[in-house]
Design a protein around this ligand. Sequence first.
Ligand code: BGP
Length: 467
Amino acid sequence: MSQFPKDFLWGAATASYQVEGGHDAEGKGLSNWDVFSHLPGTTYQGTNGDVAVDHYHRFKEDVALMAELGMQTYRFSISWPRLLPQGTGKVNEAGVKFYSDLIDELLKHNIRPMITLYHWDLPQALQDKFGGWASREIVDAFDGYARLCYERFGDRVDLWSTFNETIVFIGMGYFTGQHPPKLNDPKVGIQACHHVFLANARAVKSFREMKINGQIGFVNVLQPNDPISDSPEDRRACEFAEGIFTHWLYDPVLKGEYPAELLAMAQQAFGVPEFHPGDEQLLKENIVDFIGLNYYKREMIAHNDDINGFEMNNSGQKGSGRGLGFKGLFKTVRNPNGVYTDWDWEVYPQGLTDAIGRITHRYGNIPIYITENGLGAKDPIVNGEVLDQPRIDYLRDHIKATADAIAQGADVRGYYPWSFIDLLSWLNGYQKQYGFVYVDHENNLARKKKLSFDWYRKVIESNGETL
Ligand code: BGP
C-alpha cells in the first residue's frame, strides 16, 4: 500500500528566468535579472539567462518529456516583464500567448499547471521608476499584474502561488547584496519585505474577488534551524534564527500578523516596518489557502560575536563558503557530523519531517505542497549516459521523509522536485545541475534523459511505492 494519498500530486518545478531565455523576444521587457546578471562580478563566470535552456522556443519538446516522465503537475513561474514590459500598463500579447500555449500544451497531456506569479524577475522599469520593492507603489503594480494573470489564465489554472522565497530575494537583495538591487540596508529591506506581504494579501484578495476557481498559496524556504550545542547562548541564537527565517516569513501569510517580539525589536532598532492605516486589516483578512515549502537543507546555529555578512560557496568547491552571520544575534556553522554537498548544503532528510512538524505545530494542519526539493551536483557522464545516482538517493530519502510527515498527520498534497530540467542556477551558473533532463550546452541545448528520469517515472507510476 502506498503511503501517499491516492490524489497526491507528483510533479516537478522550474522558474521563468532559469529556463526560458528569449530575454528580449517578441516585446518582452527587461527584468532586474537581465540587467543584474550583465554587471561584472555578479554571477558565476558571468553566466546569465539570456538564452537559458531556451524553453521559450522549445516548450513543446519539454512538455512532451514531462508527459513521458508521467508528471501530473508542473510548477513554473510567469515572467512579469514578459507580460507587462513596463511593469504596468500596456500588455505584451505575445507574452500572454506564450504562457497560454504552454498551459494548453500541459492540459493536453493531463499535466496540471501550478503558477508562481513572482519568482524574482521584477520588471526593471519598476526598479528604475520607484525602487521596486522598496516602494509602497509596488503593491498596486503587483496586484494589477496578478489580476491580469487571473484574467488570462484563471479559466484553466487552479493552483497558484504569489511569491517564491521572500527570504532569498529580500534577504540577498537588501541585506547581504548578492541579488539585485544589491543593497546592504536592513531598514530598506524590512520595509520592502512588508510590501511583499501587502502585495501578497492584495493578490489573494483579488483572487477571491474575481472568484477564480482554485487555491492560492505562498512559497517559502523551509529551513529547520538547530543549535550547535546545548549552551543557553547557542539555543538563544537558534531561537533568533528560527524567528527570522521562519516566523517572520510565515506568520504574516498564515496568521495575518508579525511575530510580536521580533516586530517590536525591528521597530525599535530600525523604525520599520512602517504600517499605514488598513495594512493590519489587509493582512488579517487575506490568509493564503496553502503553503508551499522549498526544502534543501538544515542549518546549525551558534551564538555569534564575530561574523557579519554572508560568504557563499558558488563554485562547488567544498568548504569554500563561510556561511551567514548577523553579529550579536547568530551565525550558521558546520555540523561536524553532517553530510554535505559540494556547495556545502547539509543533506538531512529527517529535517524535512521535523520542519513540517514545526510548521503544523505553529500554524495548524494547513494544506502543504513541497514546491521544491533536490540535489545540486555536477553529474557524471559515463559513456554518454548521465549517471545521477546521488540525485536518486537524495530524492528517495526525502520522499520517505515526506511520507513520514504524512504518517504523522500532515496534509501534504504534492511533491515538486527541483528541477524538471537542468537550468540556470542564479549564482552558480549551469554547472550546478538539478534536473531529470540534461541539457547539452555544447550541442545546441539538446535534451537527454538522465538515470533519475526513469527512476522518477516509476515513483510517479506507483504513487511513491517503488522508490
Ligand atoms: C531556490 C530557488 C530556485 C533554485 C533553488 C536552487 O532557492 O527557488 O530558483 O535556484 O533554490 O538554488 P541554487 O540554484 O542556488 O542551488
